[in-house]
Design a protein around this ligand. Structure first.
Ligand SMILES: [Zn+2]
Length: 290
C-alpha cells in the first residue's frame, strides 16, 4: 500500500547568511534541536526563551511534515535556521522515491537530521534503506555545499565511509557516542562534533567532550527529547547553559571562553551555507509506510 505525502506550499525560508549580515547578537549555540516537537502550548514561551538567551539554533526535522512545521516556526524567530531531514527509522518509507526525496532536500538551506543507526535499529532491511536515503541526501549536500547534521549511533564506521568519499564542506556529527578511533578519522576529514545533554550524565560523552579540538566543537541540546531520554523531563532552550558549564569545566576553561569558541565554530559553519532556494513549488512524493 502506498500513501501520498503532499508537501504543502512552503513559506520562504530564512536566509542563513542574513544572520550574519543583520548583526544578530548571538550568545549561545544550539546546533541540533527539534523545535517542531514542542506543543502548540509550549512553542511561544520556547521562542521567547531562545530570543531572551540569544541562542542560534539549528532546527532539524525528521520528515516533510516535521519540516513544514519547523519552517512555520522559524519564520517567527531570527535565531532559528531550518533543516530538512529524515529520521533513520523512517528511511524505509522514503527509499522507494529517492528523486522526490532529493527534490525536497535541495529546497532546504541545511540538511538533517539524517544518518545511520545500527544501535537502536537492528533490521538489516532498514540498514539498506537508511544507506540509500543517507547517500541521496549526502549527494545533495555535496552538490549544493550545504551543512549536514548527522546521526551515527552504532554506525560510526559506516558513516565515516560514506562521508569521506564525498567532498562535504560543513558536517556536524550530532551526539556522537561511538569509539574514539572513527572520531579521529572524522576529525581528520574536517568535521565537527556536538556535545549535548548527555555530557551531564554519561562518562563516555565526557571523555569525548575533552577530546574534541577547540575549533571543531559546537554545543547542542537535541531538545525537547534529549533531556527526556535521560531524566523524563522536557528539555527547554536554556538547557544549553547547563551544557556549556559542564563542557567548560571538563575542558578546564571558563564558560565565557567556551561560548566564544563555540560561537566562532558555528559562524564558520553557517557562513558556509549557500543562498537558500525558493521553496514555493509544490512537491509531491509517494512513499510506502514503514
Ligand atoms: Zn535529533
Amino acid at each position: 500500500m502506498h500513501r501520498t505525502i503532499r508537501q504543502r506550499k512552503l513559506a520562504r525560508v530564512v536566509n542563513p547568511s542574513n544572520i550574519l549580515a543583520s548583526g544578530l547578537d548571538i550568545l549561545h549555540v544550539d546546533a541540533h534541536s527539534h523545535i517542531d516537537k514542542y506543543t502548540a502550548v509550549e512553542i511561544a514561551s520556547v521562542l521567547d526563551e531562545i530570543e531572551h538567551h540569544r541562542i542560534l539554533t539549528l532546527a532539524v526535522s525528521v520528515d516533510p511534515t516535521s519540516y513544514q512545521r519547523t519552517l512555520e516556526i522559524t519564520k517567527g524567530c531570527p535565531y532559528l535556521v531550518p533543516s530538512f531531514g529524515v529520521q533513520t527509522w523512517d528511511a524505509p518509507r522514503f527509499v522507494k522515491d529517492l528523486d522526490a526525496l532529493a527534490a525536497l532536500t535541495r529546497n532546504s538551506p541545511t540538511i538533517g537530521e539524517i544518518g545511520l543507526d545500527h544501535r537502536f535499529i537492528t533490521d538489516p532491511g532498514s540498514h539498506l534503506a537508511q544507506a540509500a536515503v543517507f547517500a541521496t541526501m549526502l549527494d545533495c549536500a555535496e552538490a549544493d555545499h550545504k551543512l549536514v547534521n548527522i546521526h551515527s549511533a552504532g554506525a560510526e564506521l559506516a558513516v565515516l565511509e560514506m562521508v569521506r568519499t564525498r567532498n562535504l564542506e560543513s558536517v556536524i556529527l550530532h551526539w556522537y557516542l561511538g569509539p574514539l578511533e572513527p572520531l579521529g578519522a572524522l576529525l581528520d576529514c574536517g568535521h565537527y562534533f556536538t556535545i549535548g545533554v548527555a555530557v551531564l550524565y554519561d562518562e563516555h560523552i565526557r571523555a569525548i567532550a575533552r577530546y574534541i579540538p577547540d575549533d571543531r566543537l559546537p554545543t547542542e541540546t537535541d531538545n525537547p527529547g534529549g533531556e527526556r531520554f535521560h531524566t523524563g523531563r522536557t528539555g527547554r532552550p536554556d538547557l544549553i547553559t547547563r551544557i556549556e558549564t559542564s563542557v567548560a569545566r571538563l575542558r578546564a576553561t571558563d564558560t565565557e571562553e567556551l561560548r566564544c569558541l563555540v560561537k566562532r565554530n558555528a559562524l564558520r559553519l553557517v557562513k558556509a551555507l549557500p543562498e537558500p532556494l525558493q521553496t514555493n513549488d509544490v512537491h509531491r512524493m509517494k512513499a510506502s509506510p514503514s
